[in-house]
Design a protein around this ligand. Sequence first.
Ligand SMILES: [Fe+2]
Length: 498
Amino acid sequence: MQTSKSELRQATDPTSGNSFALGFKSLDHEVSVPQLPVQGKFPPWLTGTLLRVAPCKYDLGRQTVNHWFDGLAMLHKFSFAQGYVSYANRFLHSDAFQEATKTGGFTMRGFATDPCGTLFQRVLSKFTTRWTDNSNVNVSYFARQAVALTETRMPVRFDPDTLETLGHAPILPDVKGVVTIAHPHYDRDRDCLYSYLLDFGMKSRYRLFSIDNTSGAQKVVAELKIDRPAYMHSFGMSSRYLVLVEFPLVVHPLSFIFRCQPFIRNYRWRPERGLRFHVFEKEGGRRVKTVEAESVFAFHHVNAYEKGDELIVDFVAHHDAGIIDQLYLARLRAGEPIDPGGRPMRYRIPLGASSHVRREVLSDTRMELPRIDYGRTAGRCYRTVWGAGTHRPGNFIDSIVKVNVENGQTLKWWEEDAYPGEPVFVADPNSQNEDTGVLVSVVLDARRNRSFLLVLDATSLVEVARAECPHPIPFGFHGNYYPAAANECRLPGTGAPG
Ligand SMILES: [Fe+2]
């Protein structure tokens, strides 16, 4: 592993206590700050907007949500211009938010939180509860409309200038299905998004679909019947193929009716199933093949591409799905140790007659929230993945890492009691080189009880600048950078889905 100058300068005692609990405190303040104080100097070409969404309200009044993934969504916007950066944040006024504000509790089925009540009420709720529209995972554009996404089919539209909530942008309204993902892929050649919808039933179905970027037309491009649907948080896309990777965290669809448990607790870890790779052609939707490999779990695909007679599929693999249990709010707020465990792995899927899948560890560096130079390398051979890493064992995400997937070399940025979020790559428009640009990341500074926006040189991970926010921003998941003023952000994929 290489070590950056930045790390040598900053790495000190790695034994301090877990101060990350601050990142799970609710944030109620909504502000609009025209100019944040800046140390350093932003590149002159950095003139766009970073839009992010994060769970920011956990304590609802009479109920506190159970899990990090169930916090109510807040939008955050950082706009760069002429060496300055502005900041604004605003709650997403989803139905889930509106009802929680009125009732002081969760009124919809969430990830690991259901409406509270008596046992009878909770059993009854299995038949009546609506799935949440609390879109706290990612942002994207559906046909030039900014949307916040979660894993249900009701993304929430918002104004990227004012962060005002505008209503829903339903997915495939005429097709049955409940669960989707917050990581659509943008296909530059076809100018469309791809994603999938899961329909629970006696015979459940995965339905891959596309959204045309000009017309907004949505259509199913492939379908697969399945007995025990898997929990899949993202999927792979190469130039010609869409790849669903079923991790062995699966559910019997009837358990949603007969078990009185929140969504994810109906899923069971069945490592004996192994991994199942389902490969579909984008054109025509034909399933090319299904192959299997040894069991692991992942949230995030990194990239996929075709090389010779192989399909390369890279994702951040965890040994099992235990990471989900580690992210319950009570243990995070208690600062209990985390074993993040994810590392970038490569699977080589034969496109010919063979069904033998080869697996490689790309690096032993622990990381999550991976990002690539999406505009230049999505679906293509690539060299670099950036992510949020863990420098101090047992800590929450406390570093930013860069991994060369060709040789495993790793760089790291780390600072004591600082907790970075996902590093979003912004390409230098004056260069064609894959990793030339900057990373932007919202960092919680636990010592100073506030967050800052960090800008790193994406090649060296040396700090370029930072801008101080007026408050601590709770930990979030994903966002995207759009290389124009917010009101001109009309090109999905220029800020790539995560
Ligand atoms: Fe994600």
